[in-house]
Write a protein of this length. Structure first.
Length: 94
């Protein structure tokens, strides 16, 4: 339950739902969920790091950290993460 609340706080600060838009606060709440192993949060933060931007938030691009988080989400069976890994691998093959 707590993980869902943290993810909801991430979304609220990202989109300004009931609070002022605050990217740093959004990342803070997302990171808390990541540290507890939430697969959706791992995927979102991993994509952020891998791409350098996601959902209008920009972070320092770090493909290694991003890929690691996406893999953790994929290991838990999260379809979006599995598909993202396939996409990354197909780009590497080019």
């Amino acid at each position: 339950m707590l993980l869902k609340i943290w993810f909801m706080l991430f979304a609220a600060f990202l989109q300004g739902i009931g609070v002022k838009v605050n990217d740093a606060e959004a990342i803070y709440w997302l990171s808390k969920a990541v540290k507890k192993g939430d697969y959706m949060s791992q995927y979102v933060l991993g994509s952020l790091y891998y791409e350098g931007t996601e959902n209008g938030i920009s972070v320092v691009n770090n493909k290694e950290i991003g890929l690691n988080l996406i893999k953790k989400a994929a290991i838990q069976g999260y379809d979006k993460a599995i598909n993202k890994l396939k996409e990354i691998e197909s780009k590497k093959a080019l």
